[in-house]
Design a protein around this ligand. Sequence first.
Ligand SMILES: Nc1ncnc2c1ncn2[C@@H]1O[C@H](COP(=O)(O)OP(=O)(O)O)[C@@H](O)[C@H]1O
Ligand SMILES: [Mg+2]
Length: 376
Amino acid sequence: MYSVELMNVDKTYDNKQLVVKDVNVTIEPGEFFVLVGPSGCGKSTLLRMIAGLEDISAGSIRIDGKKADHLPPSKRELSMVFQNYALYPHMTVEDNIRFGLDVKKMNKKEQRKKCKDIADMLGLSDYLKRKPRHLSGGQRQRVALARAIITNSPICLMDEPLSNLDAKLRAHMRAEIRELQRKLGITLIYVTHDQVEAMTMGDRIMVLNEGEIQQVGKPIDVYNSPANPFVAKFIGSPPMNLTTGLVNREKHHISLEDTLTIPIDPITLNNIENNKVIVGIRPENIEISAAHNQENLSFEVTIDHVEILGTETLLKFKWNNSNWYAKWYGQWNIQVGQSLFLQLNKDSLCVYDSQSEKLIVEPKNIQKQNIHEGIV
Ligand SMILES: Nc1ncnc2c1ncn2[C@@H]1O[C@H](COP(=O)(O)OP(=O)(O)O)[C@@H](O)[C@H]1O
Ligand SMILES: [Mg+2]
């Protein structure tokens, strides 16, 4: 199992704009590491630099502890799976899978045996003589996976491999790729713009925006304590609700929409640079309330939209000039236009400095609420 270290890695293209900025991260041997961020944030560029398909403009990359900056792709001991599969249309499934081996000059008999084993593992045994155009999207995706893993490379890089599949198949392939990675024990670096894939597949995820690392961590930690408002909005669906709060240093509190006040201790207050903060709360931590009550951080809203998803109910409403969401377990009989008293769970709030955007107050009840002892 190999590690991949990126040290102060930059990338500029001809227009001299930095598209990857000072990336520092160590991907551990055998880790499933997800690079996630919006389209155009530099994910593919970063992956292609690790693969050696793109030069780095500054910094250094180490693979298995050894400097790899000047190694060609073939010497980096990695395989790659792309979004468009890149299968050869004129070749059969078998030849496509064996393509990686031909380069390595393995004898034909051994090649056939290896191809059969991998095809069995991925459920492709019945399709070996077919051409890619006679396969479904999911089967083509499996051929691309097979071609990557047959090379026995200790590192596999995947760039949005599931984007072309429908939602149901994507969910199925998520689990399949994750199981395969565990079984093979390879280091897998996986690029996606889809936060659900990041949350469900990664041992750790790295959130990227405009070429810069926003946060690296276990998916659940990133979800519970997003490092800044960008991550709070990007991870989670619907996103974390955010609003502006004003700091009152004399009274030791933050006020929201004039009516609600959140007490804050003097030490934390000293960490806030100016008098404005951004207060965030996940939709599942907004609760129903009997009536307006200052102590309970409760307020009245009019519901704009209701979605009942079978196991949960999603409510949309306007508060403090923003669209907010509440998400509750179960099927709630609530009508559009109805007025409701809601309350913010005090212990679930994130507070960010409005200037530096740093997380100043973390939710206090993460342990109790979301993490069953011994599981995570
Ligand atoms: N060959 C190139 N020449 C110039 N700019 C490029 C090139 N490839 C990518 N870019 C730019 O670099 C940025 C990051 O692109 P990319 O890594 O493909 O993003 P992502 O994979 O996150 O969608 C984008 O602004 C893109 O336009
Ligand atoms: Mg890309």
